[in-house]
Design a protein around this ligand. Structure first.
Ligand code: FEO
Ligand code: CA
Ligand code: CA
Ligand code: CA
Length: 582
């Protein structure tokens, strides 16, 4: 379908009654234009005038090999894979994911951007192509270890309103799968260096101004080590101890000499993310998802209270209680503590360790050790009757009412599953206690993914992944339909075209309605949306363009493969971009 026919069909849908512009303050329906955002900002622009993202004309889904934005918006690359940006000429890592903008001054002209680098591929795929193009040669294991982890990028705002990397800043930093990283909490005690971080998917910016980065698909690099005795083995592509990965890691981006800390009290699993709820002088609550088929949703409640301004806040995640969610069909739910005294109540048919004869508690399965329980949190959750779910991705706390939104990206396969929508869904949890620390909650399916309906193009999504709330409590959702399923790879997903970003109000007459804001290049997902405090710049990572088909050259037919961001049949590169009005 050409862009023109896309536009016509979308306008036809608009004509069927859709209001068109998503903010009440907006003017009458404007033309729907697939603004090509490819060009860098045309020189320095004035910062005066409306910069808000809260009024835009939604775009239609598209399979164009570009970051497509509504009329009036432009993007510019901040850093792409391989860019040398630290004082020792270290390169920006591969497959950027979560980003967090961390202000450094009140004027809003300086800030740090934390960026996760989730995963690498092989020498023969898009990763190998990118490595050959920007580094040279064939990547070896040391190269792969360097290309995951995270980056701290020191940015400044130009007079024209663009963010640029500050050259020669001592704050520019790479953290890799070989960096010195330590651990606290009940597991890995006595390990002086856990050996770097990897699989860094999503995360959060804490109220105490550090960053949490989450280790997701560690099993691709090290042994999964689902064990009851806490004893890991060394192996995998990265030849490291498997129990040292699958954790939440805290980084102080302001101190280039700070040592990242893995907080084992928050459990070991395929950590998509963590989101923090905090109030002065109350325990902090961390919500997390285990992104595996039949994975669980978790809550951590700190032992110590959050005290604004206190240096002790960096120890808040070292000690507390870990819970796993049970979702009941009637909309009620319970947080079940993963603790030695918790009674066994196995979820039928789920993956569990052997239960010793006569054992009735988690402690009896795990040698009485909380450290052993948190290392095997996925199976421990099944042992106590937590609910296997449809791959929980991001979990975010609503900034106004503290309700908790979860992006389930796919269906589950568990017996009697409550999560059967192949397009995924957004679920909302309301805690039963006002401080959020209690065991009871209620839940509802807030917004379902799908259907695969071209007539609703621009208003349906599939495979929701990262969530981000703006200050007005609107939700921004990015989608992660697998590259194999996109654009006819699987007929269930044709209407969605490339992965995109959607705006969903959480209150008002349009609450729960989705409006497409962006569409990514081919075979990519958009990840890690974050905002400057004034919400005039959106940072977004373009992850794995051309993931399956690599560089689109002779023999590769669009929309397979990608040449983003440099085109001219170039090798696709993951990158972080800034998006703003022009
Ligand atoms: Fe790395 Fe679950 O997305
Ligand atoms: Ca993700
Ligand atoms: Ca992904
Ligand atoms: Ca995903």
């Amino acid at each position: 379908m050409t862009a023109d026919t896309e536009r016509r069909s979308f306008l036809k849908y608009l004509g069927a009654g859709f209001a068109g512009i998503v903010a009440p303050s907006a003017g009458p329906l404007g033309p729907i234009v697939e603004a090509r955002g490819a060009m860098p900002f045309a020189g320095e622009q004035s910062t005066t005038g409306a910069r808000s993202f809260l009024s835009f004309a939604p775009i239609a889904p598209t399979d164009r090999d570009d970051l497509m934005l509504p009329q009036g918006f432009r993007y510019e690359t901040v850093l792409a894979y391989g860019d040398r940006f630290t004082n020792s000429s270290e390169r920006f890592g591969f497959n950027a994911d979560f980003t967090a903008f961390i202000p450094r001054n009140a004027a809003g002209t300086e800030g740090l951007l934390w960026v996760n680098h989730e995963y690498v591929g092989s020498p023969t795929d898009a990763y190998g192509q990118a490595f050959a193009a920007v580094v040279g040669g064939v990547p070896n294991v040391q190269d792969m270890k360097f290309d995951v982890g995270g980056s701290v990028v020191d940015l400044y705002l130009s007079s024209g309103g663009n963010w640029y990397v500050k050259p020669n800043s001592a704050l520019n930093r790479r953290i890799t799968a070989d960096s010195l990283v330590i651990a606290d909490g009940p597991a890995l005690q006595g390990v002086s260096n856990v050996g770097g971080t990897l699989g860094n998917c999503s995360g959060c910016h804490t109220p105490w101004d550090t960053v949490l980065t989450c280790e997701e698909n560690y099993q691709d690099y090290v042994p999964e080590n689902l064990v009851t005795d806490g004893q890991g083995t060394v192996g995998g592509v990265f030849n490291k101890n498997g129990t040292h990965f699958g954790w939440v890691v805290e980084v102080d981006p302001h101190d280039p000499n700070s040592i990242p800390v893995k907080h084992t009290a928050l459990g070991r699993f395929r950590h998509e993310n963590v989101s923090i709820r905090s109030a002065a002088n109350a325990p902090v609550i961390a919500y997390m998802g285990d992104d595996r088929t039949n994975g669980h949703v978790y809550k951590f409640v700190s032992a110590a209270p959050y005290v604004p301004g206190s240096g002790a806040n960096k120890q808040l995640l070292a000690s507390g209680r870990l819970f796993s969610a049970r979702f009941n069909a009637d909309g009620t739910g319970q947080w079940i503590e993963l603790a030695t005294g918790t009674t066994l109540n196995p979820y039928p048919g789920s993956q569990m360790p052997t239960i010793p004869s006569g054992a009735t508690t988690l402690g009896a399965v795990y040698g009485g050790s909380q450290g052993n329980i948190v290392i095997d949190a996925y199976r421990a959750s099944n042992l106590v009757g937590a609910t296997p779910t449809g791959r929980p991705e991001d979990v975010e706390v609503h900034p106004v009412d503290n309700s908790v939104y979860i992006a389930f990206t796919a269906s589950a396969t568990a017996q009697n599953s409550l999560f059967n929508n192949i397009f995924g869904e957004l679920v909302r949890i309301v805690e039963g206690s006002s401080d959020g620390a209690g065991a009871a909650f209620t839940w509802q399916r807030w917004r379902a993914g799908g259907p695969n309906d071209p007539a609703q193009a621009g208003h349906v999504f599939a495979a929701p992944d990262n969530l981000s709330f703006d200050k007005a409590a609107n939700m921004w959702v990015v989608s992660d339909i697998s590259s194999a399923n996109l654009n006819g790879g699987n007929a269930n997903y044709t209407a969605f075209k490339n992965n995109g970003m959607f705006f969903i109000p959480t209150s008002g007459p349009q609450a729960g309605s989705a409006f497409q804001f962006a569409s990514g290049p081919c075979e990519c997902e958009l990840t890690g949306p974050s905002w400057t405090p004034d919400e005039t710049t959106l940072f977004l990572a373009i992850q794995h363009p051309g993931e399956v088909s690599g560089r689109r050259g002779p023999g590769v037919v669009s929309p397979r493969g990608s040449n983003w961001p440099y085109r001219d049949h170039g090798v696709p590169l993951p990158a972080v971009v800034q998006v703003r009005r022009f």
